[in-house]
Design a protein around this ligand. Structure first.
Ligand SMILES: [Cu+2]
Length: 202
């Protein structure tokens, strides 16, 4: 683990505390417990700093729930770019899904979804909003149920070489966005591999 100065100071301080406690206790277990909590406090401090330093942050992310017999669903949320240069999404995946599950970056135009193979752009000092009827992360060729409340680890690789790993929850589509089924249709037969939509690269 790479520790920064603050985290190291935290550990040093906690170590002193451990020594002090150990000094007035004959119980070795007490000292061990304190050491353990000092380590986790340092870990927490480190991860908090990493978060605020991140070039890109993901907020309000969720996966739309799906039954096993529906082959596809999507991930929505807002990606914020904290840098002054455009960053592209190189790839994304949900861990723990069946082999063969496809992960594609999609946009929507005139009610039809299409893949953006070069990756979606998170504009410099701006946002990429993944939402129904617009850009989204598509999950395809999957026959597993994704039930409301379940959590999956989402890993997003970015063009600047960094990555985001975040637990994302499965939800029902929020009210008012139920019409996602009518345009940018998840049940769209063209999206299933047939029709005029170009999914031939699959
Ligand atoms: Cu799509």
């Amino acid at each position: 683990m790479k520790l920064n100065r603050t985290a190291t100071a935290l550990i040093a301080g906690s170590a002193a505390l451990t020594l002090a406690l150990a000094g007035c206790s004959s119980d070795d277990n007490t000292a061990a417990e304190v050491t353990e909590s000092a380590t986790s406090a340092a870990t927490e401090a480190t991860s908090q700093m990493e978060k605020s330093d991140a070039a890109v942050q993901l907020a309000d992310a969720y996966i739309k729930e799906k039954p096993a017999d529906k082959g596809m669903t999507a991930i929505f949320g807002t990606l914020t770019n904290n840098t002054d240069r455009d960053i592209k999404v190189s790839s994304f995946k949900l861990e723990g899904l069946k082999e063969g599950t496809k992960f594609e970056q999609h946009d929507t135009k005139d009610g039809k979804m299409f893949e953006v193979p070069e990756g979606l752009t998170i504009p410099a000092n701006g946002e990429l909003v993944l939402e129904p009827g617009s850009t989204h992360f598509m999950i395809m060729d999957n026959d597993e149920a994704m039930d409301v409340g379940a959590e999956y680890k989402l890993v997003i690789e970015l063009s600047d070489g960094s990555s985001i790993t975040q637990d994302v929850e499965v939800r029902v589509q929020p009210a008012g966005e139920e019409d996602y089924g009518n345009d940018g249709d998840l049940n769209n037969p063209e999206h299933m591999g047939g029709g005029e939509m170009d999914h031939s690269h699959h």
